[in-house]
Each structure stands twice: as C-alpha cells, then as structure tokens.
Write a protein that binds this ligand. Structure first.
Ligand SMILES: NC(=O)C1=CN([C@@H]2O[C@H](COP(=O)(O)OP(=O)(O)OC[C@H]3O[C@@H](n4cnc5c(N)ncnc54)[C@H](O)[C@@H]3O)[C@@H](O)[C@H]2O)C=CC1
Ligand SMILES: O=P(O)(O)OC[C@H]1O[C@](O)(CO)[C@@H](O)[C@@H]1O
Length: 385
C-alpha cells in the first residue's frame, strides 16, 4: 500500500508516519523543508523515541520525500497512484496544498484509476477534511467534480499525541509522548474497507473531536496562556504553579460540563479522561514551550476554535464559562516576537489603545500617542509572577 502524506513535521513523522509504516505502507512525505526532504531521500528511514522511562525507539522505514515547492509534478504523480492521502501541515496551510491535491485527483481520472481513495486532514480543527475538500473543489473543473464525488472521500479526523518542537542532531529523529489516538469518521470514507491498525473508526466523529479539542487543546492552551502571563516559558514549569493548575482544572470543569451535557459522556469516565490529560501535560520527559502550545493566537481565538466555541455553547445551554473567559483575556496578552499572529495581535491592540489615548487626551502628537499606547499594551501584558 502507498500513502502520500503532506507535512513531514512533528506529528507527520511522529504519529502519522509511525501508524502508516506499522500498516506496511510506503510513504511519500511532501514538505517544503529541503533539509527534511533530503534526509528522507538519503536514508529512507528514521527513528521515533518515546518520551517515557526507557525511551524506547520505534523504527520507520520505506519513506521518501518530495519537495512540493520544487517538484510539484512528482506530488501529482504520487497522488495519482496512491492508496491514501493524509495531511498534518497546519489548518491555514491546507488552502496552499489544495491545488496540488486537486491535480493529483484529476490525474487519477485521466489514468482511469478507479480505486477509491480517502484524503484525511489530521489537523487540530473541527471539520479539517471537510475544509480541505472545499479548498480542493475550488480547483476542480466542473467536468472533474463528478469523478471526485464518486471516487474520493474526505473523512474528518481527530489526532491526539503531544509532539513538541524537536532538538536533535538528526533532523528526522522525533521524540513523542507514548499516548496516541487517531479517530476517523467512517461514514465519510470512500474506501471504508481500507482500515488501519492503530486507528479508531467512528460512525460520528463530532463527540470525539469536540472532546479532544475542548479538553487536550483548550487545556494545553490554558496552561500556555496562563503560564505566559506569570512569566513562564515552558509548559512543564508553568503547570507546577498552583495558579496555573487551578486555572486548567477550572477550564476543564467548564468544558467537561458542556461535553457531558451535549454528548452524554459519563462524568466519572470524563474525569478520568481529564486526569490523564493533566498527567500528559506534566510528563517530565517532554520539554514543550509555551510559544509552541500558544502559537498562532488569532487562529486559536477563532469562532469554531477551542475557546470561543465552548464559550458560545456553554452560554446557549446556561452553563458556566467564567474560567474560559478569563483565559481568553490572557490570549490577548500572548507576546511572542517570532509568532506572526502574536505580533499582529499586539499591533491591533496598540492601534486600539492609541485610539483611546487620542480620544481621552486630545493629543495631536502621534509619536507621543504611540508611546502612551505602548505603555498601556505593556501594562496589560506584563508578567505578574
Ligand atoms: N505537534 C502536535 O503535537 C500535534 C499537531 N497536530 C496538528 O498537526 C499539524 C502540524 O503540526 P506540527 O506537526 O506540530 O507542525 P510542524 O511545524 O512540526 O509540521 C508542519 C510541517 O508542514 C510543513 N509545511 C508548512 N507549509 C507547507 C507547505 N506549503 N507545503 C508543504 N509543507 C509545508 C513544514 O515545513 C513542517 O515540516 C497542525 O495542524 C497541528 O495542529 C495535531 C495533533 C498533535
Ligand atoms: O497545533 P495547534 O492547534 O497550534 O495547537 C497545539 C496543540 O496541539 C498539540 O500539539 C497536540 O494536540 C497540543 O500539544 C497542543 O495543545
């Protein structure tokens, strides 16, 4: 069996690659990072290390790399004959790989390849594959849509494994937590007979993706944003602070109440699920930065994302969301100069504060307005350790 996987990064190599290889797939990793692509093509194998006592190694082989920026035609040819397409590239990048996926699917039509194929987006988002499908369809001519309708599935999926930023001499080596969960919506598959060991197939993904996103991801982000306002740089250090842990527990109580009310999870089971997540965040074998877990704060503030959606739904149901609101307030203080969205958010705040300063002081000197606004932004985002 053959798979084309977009995104040879942390979760791509550290989870999707492991699972595909364990199911005897050969994998074409597609990425724009030439260091990763060259290493994959030189060695055709890599190691995964479990972040746990013993640091067990898992060997992955039968892998190749294609740089989609340099050799898009190779990606199209690979999709034309593959059995499965997966992505772990980032929600906002899906739109950029959609044209290539569309070309690859049309190539299947031109080659009379009538084997059905599923395209699975393994991103932290609700409806990831459905979103990718919309993007792909924008690049299909009317006469190709019927073929894709009939032969291609875009089943939504939830993937759960913490894979932090990596620091190894070997660019392919990836250290991952032992826990892993990959759930695919079976009802949306074009080729449901192609099932992978290590993947769960659910008739309805919504409860799983919401439980995961509003527990693991809302929780992790809460540790990151609360931790940063207290001056911490790593998740491990932040979660040792009782104020951060209490904030996390408060937020998980609110999302837990919502999930139990909405999906009928049993409270005891859900609390056990939450406690396991807290233990995962505390894993001393993982060094995870607040900058990574809090990355792209504007995306994380989105309408259907890990804070605003549970807040909206808790409000509709008359449930509590005070701790979630508190955390949202902290997201606006997320200040990481290397994160474009953080820089943009801070600039938006600076501009708004400047409006308030102008309205309250009548100052005409814009340099002075900017200086005062800068002080206000700093005041609102200063660490309060
Ligand atoms: N790291 C984790 O623990 C988990 C991550 N995810 C999701 O997986 C996705 C990827 O996350 P990570 O692996 O952490 O990120 P990452 O940054 O390690 O990997 C992303 C990869 O995509 C590549 N890429 C970026 N733009 C590209 C383009 N236009 N064409 C081809 N390749 C491109 C990058 O070079 C990089 O190798 C995200 O949606 C994330 O939410 C989901 C569950 C766990
Ligand atoms: O990948 P995103 O959406 O930026 O969010 C980061 C989150 O993803 C994970 O890496 C895995 O779900 C978590 O560790 C973290 O909460």
């Amino acid at each position: 069996m053959k798979a084309v996987h977009f995104g040879a990064g942390n979760i791509g190599r550290g989870f999707i690659g492991e699972t595909l290889a364990a199911n005897d797939f050969s994998i074409d990793f597609v990425d724009v990072n030439q260091t990763l692509i060259s290493a994959l093509n030189e060695r055709h194998e890599y190691d995964i290390e479990l972040a746990a006592p013993g640091q067990e190694k898992i060997h992955v082989e039968n892998v190749d790399g294609i740089n989609n920026g340099e050799e898009p035609e190779k990606v199209v040819a690979a999709i034309a004959t593959t059995d499965l397409v997966t992505t772990a590239i980032g929600p906002k990048i899906l739109q950029f790989i959609a044209p290539l996926i569309a070309d690859g699917l049309v190539a299947r039509k031109h080659n009379d390849n009538l084997t059905k194929v599923d395209v699975i987006a393994c991103e932290n988002m609700i409806g990831g594959s459905a979103h990718l499908k919309e993007e792909v369809y924008k690049h299909l001519a009317d006469e190709d849509r019927a073929f894709v309708d009939e032969y291609v599935g875009f089943p939504n999926a939830a993937v759960d494994r913490i894979v932090p930023l990596q620091k190894h001499d070997d660019p392919l080596m990836v250290s991952v937590e032992p826990f892993k969960e990959w759930v695919v919506d079976e009802s949306q598959m074009a080729r449901p007979e192609l099932k992978l060991t290590g993947v769960d197939y659910a008739p309805d993904l919504e409860p799983f993706i919401e439980r995961k996103l509003f527990s693991v991801n809302t929780g992790h982000a809460t540790v990151a944003y609360t931790g940063q306002t207290l001056g911490y740089e790593t998740i491990g250090d932040a979660i040792k602070d009782e104020r951060v842990l209490n904030q996390l527990k408060g937020v998980l109580k609110e999302t837990g109440d919502l999930l139990i009310d909405k999906w009928g999870f049993k409270r005891a089971d859900h609390e056990a699920y939450q406690n396991k997540i807290i233990n995962r965040f505390e894993n001393p074998y993982i060094s995870d930065t607040i900058a990574r877990v809090g990355r792209t704060p504007i995306r994380k503030l989105g309408f259907d994302e890990r804070f605003i959606r549970p807040i909206r739904e808790a409000k509709e149901r008359g449930l509590g969301y005070a701790k979630l609101l508190e955390t949202v307030g902290k997201i606006y203080q997320f200040d990481v100069p290397t994160d474009d969205e953080s820089v943009k958010l801070q600039q938006m705040l600076q501009d708004k504060f400047a409006e308030v300063v102008t309205a309250t002081t009548d100052l005409k000197d814009q340099d002075l307005v900017a200086e005062i606004a800068g002080k206000l932004v700093a005041e609102f985002s200063a660490p309060r350790k």
